[in-house]
Design a protein around this ligand. Structure first.
Ligand code: SAM
Length: 471
């Protein structure tokens, strides 16, 4: 039976409830009065539930879809302004005991060399990332209790935080590793991680079991209940995601929102972020083998609807997507993007992009400087901010900052300050010039005069060599 408060996967992601929601959506996809009512509710910026959301997703009326896009853009502007948070993935190890059929790291793949970074190699990778200007990482690893036990992950986190190279520093480490125990989540929390990210891959249990035929990841309930264990372990920022292409996107979308509703119902706080990866070509993996691929139009609609349905949840897009697709969805609601990513183990220290241990092909291959420049010329402020987590504004405290409308007096100046650091330390002359002009202009958009004045002072101090200010 469907119960969002249950701690059992099959009750909070209840298959019958998903099917009933899709049926309801089909029955109402042309019901314009109901659709208008749902859109009006969405305009209150309090979100929508999975049934309402499913109706909007099913609706094919072009005019209504345009309304959804306009609303998504507006909600994005209200909550996130024009800031885009930057991050990079760091692959620690591709040893893996699972059999995920879409992932090149699966155990049966004997084409790829297996590699695990030593602490010295982690150091080299982090220095390379710091030299680009990154401040926020997402660490990634396969699941292998022998090669990548929790102690190894913890040691890597400690190494990453300890490296101070020139003016560089990694100030937030998000973690994307396999589902684990409450005890291990507690250890990650104590190590000072930012968000714990785990993609559900698919919420459809039967497909999930087929796509994960062997290894610990085969256990659907253990995987689906991971976020509850993470929260029990003290981590209050968790990141959800679906790997689009594996199952029918309408099923995934309803279930993803049910997962968010479950977290809110049980823990009083929804997901911190939602990621929207799409399946990509990789060694041993041909995306056409998965017949649920979604078009760019459907992808854009999904991003817009996530923005409308969970306005306070950040949305992440990786370099799996091309520049053109990224441009489109940035407008519709994406708040965080990776830049200059290498999805191979040890890839950042190599001059040439290595492909032998790559997890998936990278579509957007630009440098971080190029991505920053592109964002600015498109009217965005690239932000290297990590302040909330360092100020203890996680979980519901972050959400209340969003809800109180104080973001423009907090996140906005923090974005400008951290962009200024990037410009001083890492930018090309052209990027620096564009950035300086942008900062001058955007300082005027800080509502409180006192905060504006302090931000101006911080920026002047950064020019004189000081670093790491925050509100
Ligand atoms: N091994 C951990 C786990 O199982 O959750 C860590 C995550 S893995 C390194 C990162 C994510 O990459 C996976 O959760 C999956 O969604 C995604 N991924 C795997 N193969 C992919 C492919 N061929 N194309 C795009 N994304 C892929």
């Amino acid at each position: 039976m469907y119960n969002p408060k249950s701690l059992q996967a099959e009750e909070f992601i209840n298959h019958e409830e998903v099917l009933a929601s899709l049926e309801y959506a089909d029955a109402n996809k042309d019901n314009l009065p109901l659709i208008r009512q749902i859109l009006d509710k969405a305009r209150c910026r309090k979100g929508l539930d999975h049934r309402e959301a499913s109706v909007l997703l099913a609706c094919e009326d072009e005019e209504i879809i345009q309304e959804m896009y306009t609303l998504a853009e507006q909600i994005k502007k209200d909550f996130y302004g024009n800031r885009i948070v930057m991050f990079a993935p760091l692959y620690l190890s591709n040893y893996c005991v699972n059999g995920c059929v879409y992932c090149p790291y699966h155990r049966q793949n004997h084409h790829i060399p297996r590699k695990k970074l030593t602490q010295e190699e982690v150091r080299q990778e982090v220095i390379a990332l710091q030299d680009m200007g990154h401040k926020r990482l997402a660490i990634e690893a396969g699941e292998d209790p022998l090669h990548n036990p929790i102690e190894y992950i913890l040691e890597c986190i400690q190494t990453i935080y300890s490296i101070k190279h020139k003016n560089g520093a990694i100030r937030r480490v998000n973690v994307n590793i396999a589902a684990t125990t409450v005890e291990n989540y507690r250890k990650l929390h104590e190590a000072g991680i930012g968000t714990y990210i785990l993609f559900q891959e698919t919420y459809h249990k039967q497909s999930y079991e087929k796509l994960h035929p062997t290894g610990p990841k085969h256990n659907y309930a253990y995987h689906t209940e991971a976020m509850d264990r993470a929260m029990q372990g003290g981590i209050d920022d968790v990141g959800l995601g679906v790997l689009f292409g594996l199952e029918l996107y309408r099923y995934e979308f309803a279930a993803l929102l049910m997962h968010a509703e479950h977290l809110e119902a049980v823990h009083g706080v929804g997901p911190h972020t939602i990621s929207v990866p799409r399946i990509k070509h990789a060694d041993d993996i041909e995306p056409s083998a998965f017949d649920n691929a979604i078009s760019d139009d459907i992808f854009a609609k999904l991003c817009a609807l996530i923005r409308i349905c969970v306005p306070y949840t950040g949305m992440i897009i990786s370099t799996r997507e091309s520049q053109a697709v990224r441009e489109r969805v940035l407008k519709l609601g994406v708040s965080q993007i990776s830049g200059a990513s290498r999805t191979s183990v040890g890839g950042y220290v190599e001059e040439e992009r290595p492909t032998d241990t790559e997890q998936f092909d990278v579509s957007d291959q630009r440098t971080l400087d190029e991505v920053v420049h592109w964002l600015m010329t498109n009217g965005y402020i690239p932000s290297f901010c990590t302040a909330c987590y360092r100020e203890g504004r996680t979980g519901d405290r972050f959400m209340s900052l969003c809800k109180s409308g104080q973001i423009q007096n907090c996140c906005h100046p923090n974005a400008l300050i951290t962009l200024k650091e990037f410009l001083e330390d890492y930018a090309s002359p052209e990027t620096k010039k564009t950035g300086q002009a942008l900062i001058e202009k955007e300082l005027l958009n800080i509502p409180k005069p006192k905060i504006r004045q302090i931000a101006q002072e911080y920026i002047a101090s950064i020019e004189h060599g000081q670093r790491d200010f925050r509100f």
